[in-house]
Ligand binder design. Structure first.
Ligand code: FES
Length: 153
């Protein structure tokens, strides 16, 4: 496998990133990625767009909104390939958000077979963890599934 050239066609970007043309245009319309025009007026992308696309897709997979992604990508330089330092700065700004999501996922994975304090009182364990729905004082929803940053118990 040889390395891709510095400037890529839309077909090369789609083939390497797995992102369809339509999504590339969608991201471009929202300034998440940038393309340039060749002397023949054809759309060209910097090879560094592949990292941006991978970042956008990964962020969407964990439920982050395009607005959050857009705000994060806006911290990166537009006129050259972002450096490791640029990405480090970006990832630091997201650490809290991602930690909260990781925490929520771990709670969902680990607590779903027990009483989650939702008020249903449908499991035997509810009598222990949530007798007479005492968890209702902690607010709406299931306190066991709330990320700890929201004061989950
Ligand atoms: S699981 Fe719903 S109150 Fe226990």
């Amino acid at each position: 496998m040889t390395a891709l050239p510095e400037w890529l066609t839309i077909g090369e970007v789609t083939a390497r990133s797995g992102v369809p043309h339509t999504s590339l245009r969608f991201y471009e319309d929202r300034s998440l990625i940038v393309s340039y025009r060749s002397p023949g007026n054809q759309r060209r992308y910097r090879r560094s767009v592949l990292r941006r696309l991978a970042f956008i897709r990964a962020a969407q997979r964990v439920g982050l909104s395009l607005e959050q992604v857009s705000d994060a990508l806006a911290t990166l330089p537009a006129d050259h390939a972002p450096t490791r330092r640029d990405w480090t700065r970006l990832s630091r700004s997201w650490r809290h958000e991602l930690d909260a999501r990781i925490d929520a996922l771990i709670r969902l994975r680990d607590d779903l077979d027990g009483c989650i304090g939702c008020g249903c009182l449908s499991l035997q364990r509810c009598a222990l963890y949530n007798p007479a729905d005492k968890q209702a004082v902690n607010g709406p929803g299931a306190p066991k599934l709330r990320p700890t940053t929201e004061g989950g118990t």
